[in-house]
Design a protein around this ligand. Structure first.
Ligand code: ATP
Ligand code: MG
Length: 172
């Protein structure tokens, strides 16, 4: 019988969604699994990228382009997100990857760069043996119904509200 993979959602407004996905990636790599990490709205500037490059079986692509956080959205942002989606569609359907992570995909939907149906389609084309992890604030109701595992990171306190910006090695 073929190995059964599942669909995970890590959402909510507390810290830990991307780090949970990276932790799973580390475990999977250690187990000899192949991993594809696709990141929406990010470029290669995150500290994890230099460490991920050292891990066996792991491929990372950041689909963010040159966009700055808070800047108005452009046609180019839309094109980057669509390119990322295309890439993930291939990744989940190819059978090449044991674990595929779509980081911040729900934020891309929230911003209107992708449609909810684009995300649901990833579930449709996914090979049953491929584990799929979707992260980001604002997961929408239908994906919460369809995922096999849903974790909500609930903010109880965050130093961000005291004015502490994202720090290298901790948030970025
Ligand atoms: P991490 O990457 O640390 O696991 P995350 O993926 O759960 O965090 P995101 O929603 O992707 O969190 O947002 C991360 C950015 O938003 C950080 O740079 C952080 O400074 C800022 N931020 C503001 N409030 C929060 C909060 N309550 N939880 C997490 N991040 C927050
Ligand atoms: Mg995140």
């Amino acid at each position: 019988m073929e190995y059964q993979g599942y669909v995970h959602v890590y959402t909510g407004n507390g810290k830990g969604k991307t780090t949970a996905a990276l932790g799973l990636l580390l475990r999977a790599s250690g187990a000899g699994m192949t991993v594809f990490l696709g990141q929406f709205l990010k470029r290669g500037e995150y500290s994890e990228h230099s460490a991920l490059a050292l891990l066996p079986g792991v491929t990372v692509e950041a689909f963010g382009g040159e966009r700055r956080v808070g800047a108005p959205l452009t046609e180019q942002d839309s094109a980057h997100a669509r390119g990322g989606l295309e890439c993930l569609r291939d990744a989940v359907s190819s059978g090449k990857w044991d674990l595929v992570i779509a980081d911040e995909i729900f934020v891309a939907v929230h911003l209107g760069l992708l449609a909810e149906t684009d995300v649901l389609e990833l579930l449709e084309v996914r090979r049953p043996s491929t584990e799929l992890v979707l992260t980001g604030r604002y997961a929408f109701p239908e994906i919460l119904r369809r995922a096999d595992l849903v974790t909500e990171m609930k903010e109880m306190r965050h130093y961000f509200s005291r004015g502490v910006p994202a720090r290298k090695g901790i948030e970025k």
